[in-house]
Design a protein. Structure first.
Length: 152
């Protein structure tokens, strides 16, 4: 009779060992899986914007432009076109040359390789691989013009 009792104790003991080992392995692999998934699929951080006062509508007649610098010190331009206010980078997306606003032609022009961009910054002709970088523009009730810049 004592032999049967000892065999039950051993079975119970080995059962608990296996359960605890399984729980430990599950916790370890589960934690590792969470870190792995966070590495592979990072959480999206909300994009923060800063309002930059560029000028007022009074200072910016139709066809006129105002240059301003972004948070990193790069030059940009705000243009008052027939299509509305447009804020763009003045850096060509081809080789980084300076782009100029031509109010008589309603376009941006890069003299380095004769690239042409329309009033929305889209490539019309030339070698640039993509449009000019654009910024959102807001006008408040006092007709102050703000450009929304991404904080890095």
């Amino acid at each position: 009779m004592t032999d049967k009792k000892e065999s039950n104790d051993v079975d119970r003991r080995s059962f608990f060992k296996r359960v605890l080992m399984g729980l430990g392995l599950s916790a370890g692999y589960g934690t590792g899986a969470v870190y792995f998934l966070n590495f592979i699929i990072p959480r999206k951080k909300p994009i923060k914007y800063r309002k930059l006062l560029v000028g007022s509508l009074e200072e910016l007649p139709r066809g006129g432009s105002i240059t301003f610098k972004d948070l990193d010190g790069r030059e940009n331009v705000l243009v008052n076109t027939d299509a509305g206010l447009k804020a763009m980078s003045t850096t060509c997306t081809h080789l980084g040359c300076k782009v100029y606003w031509e109010p008589n032609n309603d376009r941006f022009f890069c003299p380095c390789h004769n690239a042409v961009f329309d009033v929305n910054g889209n490539v019309v002709s030339g070698p640039p691989p993509r449009p000019l970088d654009k910024y959102e523009v807001e006008v408040d009730e006092n007709e102050n013009v703000y450009v929304m810049l991404k904080e890095s």
